[in-house]
Design a protein around this ligand. Structure first.
Ligand SMILES: [Zn+2]
Length: 132
């Protein structure tokens, strides 16, 4: 399988850069981000066959607060990524492909009418599908 996503894509943040927030993850968080890439994002990208962009991956507590994330967010654990295939129509297609696939995930969330897709991978994947 090809490798598509990098750790830097999952830690970079324009908000963190603009506000001078150090969004460098701890080693255990980095390990979870790598698990997310290896088990979910790369296999997903391979199946999709088209570009997928990460809008937000890891968020340190300060960054999470800055973007209005809930404190218990899986983004803070290195378990989640907000992704987009380009527009809401493509995101809906991507969402349906993930839902109907055999891919393991914890949560798959359609955010704000497919503005983006939130996806997570944890030690105990629930394969929960939500629309927020
Ligand atoms: Zn998210």
């Amino acid at each position: 399988m090809s490798r598509y996503f990098s750790l830097s894509e999952l830690t970079r943040s324009s908000t963190a850069a603009a506000r001078g927030i150090d969004n460098t993850p701890l080693p255990e968080v980095t390990a979870r981000l790598q698990r997310l890439i290896d088990n979910l994002l790369d296999p997903l990208r391979e199946r999709w066959g088209r570009p997928i962009r990460v809008n937000s991956g890891y968020r340190c507590p300060e960054l999470n607060q800055a973007v209005g994330g809930v404190p218990t967010s899986q983004h803070c654990k290195g378990e989640a990524a907000d992704i987009t295939a380009g527009d809401s129509e493509k995101n809906r297609e991507l969402f349906e492909m993930i839902r109907s696939s055999s891919l393991q995930f914890d949560q798959l969330i359609d955010e704000s009418g497919y503005a983006w897709v939130h996806i997570s991978y944890s030690a105990n994947n629930r394969r929960q599908v939500l629309h927020l």
